[in-house]
Write a protein that binds this ligand. Structure first.
Ligand code: ZN
Length: 177
């Protein structure tokens, strides 16, 4: 399965944006005033990246126990994972790509680009009207008729959108060959 390196690119941007600048001025960077100064090191983002790398590493080792430990730079973890799971069955490779793709969505959202969820059809009604609701950490469907048993708008975890995206991509690749 061809790898999509969007996730690694986004991770690189996220690192550049939030983990490599040091601001010398006062303030913790979370104050309401926006300044032109570079963002300070955001420990939340550092933790997020560490957790993401660990997730991919653990996921890889669960599928390929011989993979050993990952010791490279964070952006290299995706290639590392693909390398060590390239011979596994399609289902496992899809699961790996879904994790990677989901992390890419998370990075985009962490950088303020919530529009990434709109590029996915609603898993329930198929409309292209998803929007991100940070408070619930879910993509919500805008369709008034697309509701759950309680009459509330259907909402989806990024993991679900990622699984469907990877499965769609895979079946269209199969049709094309
Ligand atoms: Zn819907």
């Amino acid at each position: 399965m061809p790898g999509d390196d969007t996730t690694a690119q986004r991770l690189r941007l996220l690192q550049a944006e939030f983990t490599q600048h040091v601001r010398t001025g006062p303030g913790d960077g979370r104050s309401a005033t926006k300044t032109e100064a570079p963002a300070p090191i955001d420990l939340g983002v550092v933790d997020r990246i560490r957790a993401a790398v660990y997730e991919v590493e653990a996921h890889t080792r669960a599928a390929a126990p011989d993979a050993g430990r990952f010791t490279g730079d964070a952006v290299e973890v995706y290639d590392w994972a693909r390398e060590h799971t390239a011979d596994l069955d399609e289902g496992r490779q899809q699961a790996r790509e879904a994790v990677i793709y989901r992390q890419g969505l998370e990075y985009a959202i962490a950088m303020g680009d919530e529009s990434v969820v709109r590029k996915h059809p609603c898993p329930e009604c198929g409309c292209w009207g998803l929007y991100w609701r940070a408070a619930s950490n879910r993509a919500v469907c805008v369709n008034h008729y697309c509701v759950d048993d309680d009459g509330l708008a259907n909402k989806w975890k990024l993991a679900r959108l990622a699984q469907e995206h990877v499965a769609r991509k895979e079946s269209s690749a199969r049709r094309a060959t």
